[in-house]
Ligand binder design. Structure first.
Ligand SMILES: Nc1ncnc2c1ncn2[C@@H]1O[C@H](COP(=O)(O)OP(=O)(O)O)[C@@H](O)[C@H]1O
Ligand SMILES: [Mg+2]
Length: 266
């Protein structure tokens, strides 16, 4: 198995004017490099006719490479709006958003689609797998969109499924897998492009508690392996799996606190 994690971090310099900043480990924190995410004074205003809703009101934060961060807030607090911006699915009304050094706040639809495919692995509450395709066919899809050739796609899809412990289920379709296994296929799909960021939106929301624990354990392993993970949730217990929690309410970040190092050393 290859270990492309380091390469992905190294490639961050390419889109940036400045070299990545290397901060030596302090003994408490993991090694930090250039931020994967730099959000500066993000505002998002939805306009429906004369009605305006400020879903994000001046949100600023950074997420460093190899961090595991939970974004937690109640319903209507702006989590999905923020996730859409972090995931390059939408742009802010104002403010700047840089992903791996590239300014995504002013990109066109086409540029956003490219960055999404190249830099982000998505994990959704509803798994979003294609029912007619086997596990490995689902996992290879992002590589298909990226124009990777067939042999390489299969090799990487199988490799990714092995990483999530599903090497014995590669030919199963989603309907032949448990919810927890389906979410692991989705995580394999998120990993297959070797993204800078894994963005998980309520990934345990549709799972029983044992499968949820399984998925959180897997995210934990990926974090320990050097991945950058952003976990969006309304659930404090789920957020507790991350290394750091940012609370969002009424479109503003309330506090950015360290909640211990639960995400490492297990
Ligand atoms: N497309 C939209 N048009 C108008 N208002 C919206 C739209 N999407 C979200 N909102 C409003 O923005 C606020 C934040 O929503 P959202 O980001 O979905 O929060 P969360 O994901 O935390 O539940 C809410 O008040 C919601 O009603
Ligand atoms: Mg939401």
């Amino acid at each position: 198995m290859t270990t492309p994690i380091r390469q992905s971090n190294g490639s961050m310099a390419s889109g940036s004017d400045t070299s990545p900043v290397w901060i030596e480990p302090t003994g408490t924190f993991p090694v930090n490099r250039a931020p994967v995410i730099e959000a500066r004074d993000l505002w998002k205003t939805y306009r429906n006719g004369t009605l305006e809703v400020d879903a994000l009101r001046g949100v600023s934060f950074e997420i460093q490479s190899a961090e595991y961060v939970a974004i937690m807030g109640p319903s209507g607090s702006g989590k999905s709006t923020l996730m859409h911006i972090l995931g390059c699915l939408d742009v802010p009304t104002s403010g700047s958003f840089r992903l791996a050094g590239e300014d995504a706040s002013t990109m066109t639809e086409e540029e956003l689609a490219h960055v999404r495919n190249k830099r982000i692995g998505f994990v959704f509450q509803q798994f979003n797998l294609l029912a007619s395709l086997s596990a490995w066919r689902n996992v290879e899809l992002p590589l298909l969109y990226a124009g990777v050739d067939r042999t390489e796609r299969k090799r990487r899809a199988l490799d990714s499924l092995e990483r999530v412990g599903l090497e014995s289920r590669v030919d199963h379709r989603p309907g032949e897998l448990s919810g927890g296994q389906q979410q692991r296929v989705a995580i394999a799909r998120a990993l297959v492009t070797n993204p800078d960021l894994i963005l998980a939106d309520e990934p345990t929301g549709n799972l029983d508690s044992a499968s949820a624990a399984d998925v959180l354990h897997l995210l934990d392993e990926l974090h320990v392996g050097g991945r950058t993970i952003v976990l969006i949730t309304h659930d404090a217990e789920v957020a507790g799996a991350a290394q750091r929690t940012m609370r969002i309410r009424d479109g503003q970040i309330l506090e950015a606190e360290m909640v211990g190092m639960a995400g490492t050393g297990r």
